[in-house]
Design a protein around this ligand. Structure first.
Ligand code: PMP
Ligand code: GLU
Length: 394
């Protein structure tokens, strides 16, 4: 069969593939420690599940669920209260996962050949989604020495005829968050260009350093007209399987994305939206989020310490999201567990095959010196996996 050239240039999501492989190995009885999944190990909070269950029991099983308007308003209220972003409910679009909001944004914005600036290391889906929309990903390189952060000058140098800049802070995969001052400096550079910014803030609540999180669109009064803020419930509320995300920003862009979705998905699952409404309106949410954040904070600190104790490994402290992104390239050239390790892919193979530890090779994120380990798993699993890696590397 001749598939479209569009789909032929898209590779499958490595993060999803490794997560699925580790889950399958576990189901087959293999004792794998999985640091693959970028997904909270916690269950969705009970008050959210109860709201969805009640909605299902009450017969909310139709197109265009009755909660849809209330949910958009709740998200607009949240943006005003927590993010200093002012939008009308009509400027909010609820999608089937944050991933889908980003997809819809690129579809609505890009013409063939339009350039999108993507700081590396980047989340695997950005370049593929740009390509699916006919656009051209342009990677902005960074280095572990600068905590994987881009500079304002890089934006100015690369802006040229580029149309969109993707900013993801806190970042998947680096686990690093821009400080408010750093973000302000990037904002000032953006304002000297015509770039539209996709601010992926899905990890906004998972912040561990001394700096607090600020939303990109809030940094200047001229930014809201050219910033699309992207977010979702997967990470904040441990709702990955629910597939609920959203975008908020300029009315024209949100309406265009909504037109696309009217043909693509119609609406996110009706009773799931009832759960989302509870997540954003129930006063219990704050405590639940904070207790998960504290748990992630201590796990991240512990995992980074243990990684630094491994031979030939350096690791910066995670200040956000739930990933450590150590540089393991000093091990290239060694034979580990019978595997000749020459790059992040072969390192990941050695870890999985010989040590039964699932990690994601950095090459999937555009950084072949590193690997990504998710610390959205228990302390016990973190220690077990790190013991195994220590044995592998000794
Ligand atoms: N953005 C980033 C940076 C992510 O890591 C994820 C996690 N998959 C998403 C967006 C989308 O997540 P979801 O589709 O589950 O909302
Ligand atoms: N964002 C998570 C990760 O990077 C989930 C998988 C995905 O959607 O790519 O592992």
């Amino acid at each position: 069969m001749k598939l479209s050239s569009r789909i032929q240039q898209v590779s499958a999501s490595v993060t999803i593939a490794i997560t699925a492989k580790a889950k399958q190995m576990q189901a087959d009885g293999v004792d794998v420690v999985s640091f693959g999944a970028g997904e909270p190990d916690f269950d969705t909070p009970t008050f959210i599940k109860d709201a969805a269950a009640a909605s299902l029991a009450a017969g909310d099983t139709k197109y265009v669920p009755k909660q849809a308007q209330a949910l958009k308003k709740a998200i607009a209220d949240k943006l005003a209260a927590e993010n200093n972003i002012s939008v009308k409910p009509s400027q909010v679009l609820v999608t089937m996962g944050g991933k889908h909001a980003i997809y819809a944004a690129f579809q609505a914005l890009l013409d063939p050949g339009d350039k999108v600036l993507i700081p590396a290391p980047y989340w695997v889906s950005y370049p593929e989604q740009v390509k699916l929309a006919g656009g051209e990903p342009v990677v902005l390189p960074t280095s572990p020495k600068s905590d994987f952060k881009i500079t304002p000058q890089q934006i100015l140098d690369a802006a040229g005829d580029a149309k969109v800049l993707v900013l993801n802070s806190p970042s998947n995969p680096t686990g690093v968050m821009y400080s408010p001052a750093e973000l302000q400096a990037l904002a000032e550079a953006v304002l000297q260009t015509d770039l539209i910014v996709l601010a992926d803030e899905i990890y906004e609540k998972l912040v561990y350093g001394t700096e607090s999180f600020v939303s990109f669109a809030s940094l200047d009064e001229k930014l809201p007209e050219r910033t699309l803020t992207l977010n979702g419930l997967s990470k904040t509320f441990a709702m990955t399987g629910w597939r609920l995300g959203w975008a908020a920003g300029p009315q024209e862009l949100i309406s265009a994305m909504a037109r696309l979705l009217s043909h693509e998905t119609t609406n996110p699952v009706s009773f799931a939206q009832a759960g989302a409404l509870a997540a954003y309106t129930d006063p219990q949410a704050a405590d639940v989020i904070e207790s998960m954040r504290q748990e992630f904070a201590s796990r991240g600190k512990h995992m980074a310490e243990r990684l630094r104790a491994l031979p030939n490994v350096t690791c910066i402290e995670p200040t956000g999201a739930f990933y450590c992104f150590p540089d393991i390239s000093a091990n290239y050239g060694r034979t580990l567990g019978g595997v000749e390790v020459t790059n992040s892919m072969s390192f990941a193979s050695a870890a999985l095959e010989a040590a039964k530890v699932a990690i994601v090779p950095g090459v999937a994120f555009g950084e072949d010196r590193c690997i990504r380990l998710s610390f959205a798993t228990s302390m016990e699993q973190i220690d077990k996996g790190l013991d195994r890696l220590a044995e592998l590397l000794k």
